[in-house]
Design a protein around this ligand. Structure first.
Ligand code: ADP
Ligand code: ZN
Length: 722
């Protein structure tokens, strides 16, 4: 009897293919194999037995080439792949591919060590003498360690090897992660912290699926508290995954972790070098890595004994992957924890409305940390009504904010001016004919970036020097900037506060992560007086001398038609204002706004988070927006506007009929053209208890094939509506 198995390959295919198992090859579901696919041999994973194969088609099947020397994928991970693919309507092979991003599995480069073995060299130099002294203990060191310890170059070490003074040995590979010590350092907890830590510990001890929301203002000790859950998991020999929304935060977190556990955790994200990835992947699969800190892709690693997952800054929009497989890492972490039957911890000072609703309804356990550690007050916040007390024309800092900044600087303190807009000005127009400089590929204005001396499109990256003359009326020197970006704000600040040291922090100006860290340290150590920054400065940094935060345009995020605009604005501004007064004195925040009565502004001023959530939850419920209803979006794009729109209309016309589901559109997308492609959107709304993925699948199965440049993209639970 021929044995047949179904094998999933990591390509844009939803189906697993059947292969014959050669005699004598022991295969189990989850095993990683090589199989022929067309002319190639590719990696695949045994997904299932195929118990009732039809003997007549056996002859047309191919054999599995070989079983690879890679640890198998556990059934929990395979179920997770199936679930995620089905939910997001992605081909299963593409989800599997995220699990198999194991880097370069090529041969390990050997680590060479040296130790003192032979007679002293013929010719002695001071450098050589230092090496002899540093290695006098006879211990083996890697070449680079030896060079470092002796304060010499690698050449000196190699010279001594050639002379026979040092002998070389092959060292075992360095472990990916050393064992963390759960009792390395434990802080004294406040009562609320201790209570929260105890409950987390209990969840880990009890095992089984649970979700807790660690909810506390910035600086309340959320990290310290969830570290107790991590410690408990380590004691029980379980693996822990800590997810961060951004790579930059991951890097900062490593040392923080080492202060608590004595060693750094393993790191996983797209910037980890291939060889390191390969070793980390294999070590995670072997259960040798106790703790992984990573960006969303770390969710797909083959943990063997996962015991706890933590999602830090769970509200952060960066958890949504917006290309390829579109998934939300926080939501999928919940799914993974459910499959693995383990506890999950969400942490945030401003939880997502989704998580807040779950906590209010008791589906998530809320672990509340009501105050900042050390009794620091939260900053007090005031509005500056731009309709009544705004700055003069062409200026963006209102007199009252300027006064407050001046007073801070006189007291030797720092101020942060926040504006979530890169560049000098978002729009440039000709003051003779009114012509606006727009991108040639997109339906968007070009943003003036003066530091780089270019006009840049923020959607496709197109850039050009500012033209000498207006392309329309040919007037010379007629361009005027409209509206502010951080670079323009810096200019204004330099005029208002002469002699102050100003730093602009904006992602487009970051040359490297190291450089950014240096600049942040400079701010923390008081080498700048004023920081002008975009959302790059909102997260995770601690500036002891910063007492004042001015939000230059608090209304900026409210303008777009995104159902989450209010929530996002509240979260971002709360976080930015929270940078003030973390250590000394009392912090102040100023919101420059045209709508001080807006619920977001009122909640920020009154420090009434509950009021904001209650109002926002009521509004979502009334509109049947998430989490009270489900959304999916279809984006149809193509190089020809007419054909694209036609296809979108056809698609709308054939949608399955179900009175519980509303199909809105097609409408031109808010960003109607990007990279020369015309874009149309359909939005689908259903009740909460409805299988919207199944509805979408049925619909797309009936959709006409996309031809030429036409492209159809599905997004379940969309976060972006542009
Ligand atoms: P959050 O994650 O809520 O922003 P953190 O855990 O980062 O808060 O804590 C903020 C700061 O306070 C950190 O420097 C942390 O080490 C310190 N901290 C918090 N709780 C304690 C404690 N119980 N003992 C000593 N330091 C603490
Ligand atoms: Zn563009």
């Amino acid at each position: 009897m021929t044995r047949v198995v179904d094998i999933l390959v990591p390509f844009a295919l939803d189906q697993a293919y059947s292969y014959r198992v050669p005699d004598g090859m022991a295969l189990e579901p989850g095993d990683v194999v090589a199989v022929p696919l067309g002319p190639r041999s590719v990696m695949g994973v045994v997904w299932a037995e195929n118990p009732s194969p039809n003997p007549r088609i056996h002859n047309r099947m191919k054999d599995v080439d070989e079983k690879l020397d890679i640890l198998p994928l556990k059934s929990e991970l395979r179920k997770f792949v199936d679930w995620l693919a089905e939910y997001t309507l992605s081909p299963r092979g593409m989800v599997l591919r995220m699990c198999l991003r194991m880097g370069d599995l090529g041969p390990e480069r050997e680590r060479v060590g040296v130790r003192l073995a032979g007679p002293p060299p013929q010719r002695m130099t001071p450098a050589r003498a230092r090496v002899m002294q540093a290695l006098a203990d006879g211990m083996v060191r890697s070449k680079s360690e030896a060079a470092h310890d002796a304060g010499v170059s690698a050449g000196v070490i190699n010279g001594l090897v050639d002379e026979g003074t040092l002998e070389t040995l092959i060292l075992p590979p360095e472990p990916v992660a050393k064992p963390p010590d759960p009792d390395y350092f434990q802080p004294d907890f406040s009562e609320a912290q201790g209570a929260a830590a105890n409950r987390l510990r209990e969840f880990v001890i009890a095992g089984g699926f649970s979700v807790s929301l660690v909810d506390g203002v910035t600086g309340s000790g959320k990290t310290e508290v969830y570290f107790e859950g991590v410690a408990e998991a380590i004691r029980r020999d379980k693996q822990v995954l800590i997810l961060m929304p951004e790579i930059a935060l991951t890097a900062q977190f490593l040392d923080r972790f080492a202060e608590r556990f004595g060693v750094r955790p393993a790191e996983w994200h797209s910037q980890v070098a291939p060889r390191k990835r390969a070793r980390t992947w294999a070590a995670v699969a072997a259960g040798e890595v106790p703790v992984v800190v990573g960006a969303r892709s770390a969710l797909f690693l083959p943990y063997t004994k996962l015991g706890l997952v933590i999602v830090d800054e769970e509200h952060d929009p960066a958890y949504k992957q917006e290309d390829g497989v579109r998934y939300h890492a926080r939501d999928m972490a919940v799914v993974r924890a459910r499959e693995e039957k383990i506890p999950l911890v969400l942490a945030s000072a401003t939880p997502s409305v989704e998580s807040e609703v779950n906590a209010r309804r008791g589906r998530y356990a809320r672990l509340h940390l009501p105050e900042r550690f050390g009794g620091q007050h939260l900053p007090s916040v005031e509005a500056i009504d731009m309709r009544r007390e705004g700055p003069p024309r062409g200026r963006f800092i209102a007199p009252r904010l300027a006064e407050a900044v001046k007073a801070e600087l006189e007291r030797g303190q720092q101020a942060l001016l926040f504006l979530n807009r890169r560049g000098f000005a978002p729009l440039t127009l000709c003051n003779k004919c009114g012509h606006r400089l727009a991108c040639q590929n997109c339906d968007a204005w070009l943003v003036d970036h003066r530091f780089r001396r270019r006009l840049v499109c923020h959607h496709c990256g197109f850039s050009m020097p500012t033209p000498e003359k207006c392309p329309k009326c040919e007037a010379a020197e007629s361009f005027v900037p409209v509206g502010p970006g951080v670079e323009r704000l810096e200019q204004e600040a330099a005029e208002l506060f002469p002699g102050s040291r100003i730093l602009v922090l904006s992602s487009d100006l970051v040359e490297s992560m190291d450089r950014l860290r240096q600049e942040l340290d400079d701010v923390a150590e008081g080498r700048f007086d004023i920081v002008v920054g975009t959302q790059l400065v909102a997260k995770g940094h601690h500036f002891p001398k910063l007492n004042l935060v001015g939000i230059v345009d608090a209304d900026l995020g409210l303008a777009n038609g995104d159902p989450r605009a209010a929530e996002r604005t509240f979260q971002l501004l709360h976080q930015v204002v929270g940078r003030a007064g973390r250590e000394e004195g009392r912090g102040y925040g100023f919101l420059q706004t045209h709508q001080p009565e807006h619920p977001v502004m009122r909640a920020l001023i009154a420090q009434d988070r509950e009021a904001f959530y209650s109002a926002e939850i009521a509004a979502r419920e009334a509109m049947h927006y998430p989490p009270f209803g489900r959304l999916a979006s279809l984006l149809i794009s193509g190089g020809d506007k007419h054909l694209t729109e036609q296809y979108a209309r056809k698609l709308a016309a054939i949608s399955p009929l179900d009175e519980r589901v509303k199909v809105l559109g097609p409408a031109e997308a808010p960003l109607a053209v990007v990279r020369g492609r015309f874009r149309f959107r359909l939005l689908v709304k259903s009740p909460r208890a409805y299988d919207l993925s199944a509805f979408m699948r049925e619909w797309l199965a009936a959709a006409p094939k996309t031809k030429g440049t036409l492209k159809l993209e599905v997004d379940v639970d969309p976060q972006s509506f542009l």
